[in-house]
Write a protein that binds this ligand. Structure first.
Ligand SMILES: Nc1ncnc2c1ncn2[C@@H]1O[C@H](COP(=O)(O)OP(=O)(O)OP(=O)(O)O)[C@@H](O)[C@H]1O
Ligand SMILES: [Mg+2]
Length: 417
């Protein structure tokens, strides 16, 4: 099948061709026919398999460019994801003659208000800012014919359930609703029952979905040796990596430590000003930063094709979080490597991930001289946010950026002095 076999307009087909999209991915192939007919769709597919286009194309096809009212609304859990999704729509905005407004928190209202005043047919944003703008009577959703909830389960986790309800209530009651994620926890069913009409359920992945091109490994390590092991992993490979941690405090601590030691690393979490968050992500996308040390704010939806490796410095409590974290690599048919650093106290969480997913996660042996579980005396301290043995120096800004990049500096890559 190619996109030409789907009921898409000539303009859309041409633009897809220019963007290099020829064959629909499985979720696109299965979701598009119903979504293009106007049906509500619940779409579940592995990370990195093109869910964005699966909902963007039906939206784009519906837009009436002669009308300047907001006709489509896309909600996403994080600002970074909202911006990325808006970018996917913008790929079609010029060729199709519509405008997109990105409405996210943490940045000035004025440019967003301007974008709306100029007339945007598509609005992409996070629930908080969208509600704000509705409250200020700048944003009217009364003409919204199609609503998309990307990563809806995450929005529920973040406590946005009520906000999502309030926002959807403003839209046309006979609207089309599209909901996509790689994971569908049971509570999502309730949201779908409340806000969707007879949705067609499409699933290209069974159980907890991830892509088979991701090689998953783990190592049993004493919590006090995790930082040393992390550096060892970063030293032996030049891969662009995301290191996930469970708390902002530990993210700061580990990020600073790497930065102080000359790694091309930077940190990302929700307490940084949006400007810093944007700068870090841009540098990581441009490969000026090789190691992104992040909380789960970077877990969902982010599509950075250079990410070759994901390192779980902490094991997430929730198997779904693990699925999304590791899905930051191995996107669009590429391969990826995952290494989880499991301390003794995290054993139960890790076992739950293994049993829930049924995945065969391969154990790797510890490098010589590093301590395993038998020497792990720290019970859970890493999770309580207390300092590990390595301590952590104050120093590098959130933005980071390798100062003394040593052997990890890539030739020709731009570095900050
Ligand atoms: N038909 C296609 N052919 C080739 N590449 C595609 C196609 N559709 C999407 N892609 C590319 O695949 C990558 C992943 O797509 P996308 O971000 O939509 O994945 P996703 O399913 O939403 O993942 P996640 O669950 O992590 O949000 C993007 O870089 C996108 O450009
Ligand atoms: Mg996505």
């Amino acid at each position: 099948m190619t996109f030409k076999d789907l009921p898409l307009s000539e303009a859309t087909l041409q633009r897809l061709d220019e963007l290099g999209f020829v064959t629909p991915t499985p979720i696109q192939e299965q979701a598009l026919p119903s979504a293009l007919q106007g049906r509500d769709v619940l779409g579940k597919a592995e990370t990195g398999t093109g869910k964005t286009l699966a909902f963007a194309l039906p939206v784009i096809q519906r837009i009436c460019t002669e009308r300047i009212s907001v006709q489509a609304l896309v909600l996403a859990p994080t600002r970074e994801l909202a911006r990325q999704v808006a970018g996917a729509f913008e790929d079609f905005s010029e060729s199709h003659g519509f405008s997109v407004a990105t409405l996210v928190g943490g940045e000035p209202l004025a440019p967003q208000v301007m974008a709306l005043r100029r007339g945007a047919q598509v609005v992409v944003g996070t629930p908080g800012r969208i509600l704000d703008l509705i409250g200020q009577r700048v944003l009217t959703l009364g003409w919204v014919e199609v609503a998309v909830l990307d990563e809806a389960d995450r929005m529920l986790d973040m406590g946005f359930s009520e906000d999502v309800g309030k926002i959807l209530k403003q839209t046309l009651s006979e609207r089309q609703t599209l909901l996509f994620s790689a994971t569908f926890p049971p509570q999502l069913k309730r949201l779908a029952d409340t806000h969707m009409r007879d949705p067609i359920e499409i699933e290209t992945a069974r159980g907890l979905a991830t892509v088979s091109a991701i090689t998953q490994t783990y190592v049993r390590v004493a919590s006090f040796d995790k930082q040393r092991l992390l550096r060892h992993i970063l030293d032996i490979s030049d891969a662009a990596s995301i290191v996930f941690l469970n708390t902002k405090r530990d993210t700061d601590r580990i990020g600073r430590d790497l930065w102080n030691r000359g790694y091309q690393a930077a940190t990302l979490h929700g307490d940084y000003p949006q400007e810093t968050r944007d700068r870090v992500l841009t540098k990581f996308r441009n490969e000026e930063i090789r190691v992104l040390v992040a909380t789960d704010v970077a877990q969902r939806g982010l599509d950075i094709d250079s990410v070759e490796s994901v390192i779980n410095f902490n094991i997430p409590k929730d198997p779904e979080d693990y699925v999304h974290r590791i899905g930051r690599t191995g996107r669009a048919g590429r391969s990826g490597v995952v290494m989880s650093l499991v301390a003794r106290a995290e054993r139960a969480d890790f076992e739950r991930i293994c049993s829930r997913t049924g995945w065969d996660i391969r154990e790797m042996s510890l490098p010589r001289g590093m301590s395993g579980w038998d020497q792990d005396t720290e019970e859970r301290s890493f999770r309580g946010g207390r300092r590990g043995r390595d301590g952590g120096r104050r120093g590098g800004p959130g933005g980071g950026g390798g100062r003394r990049a040593g052997s990890r500096a890539r030739p020709g890559s731009r570095q900050r002095a």
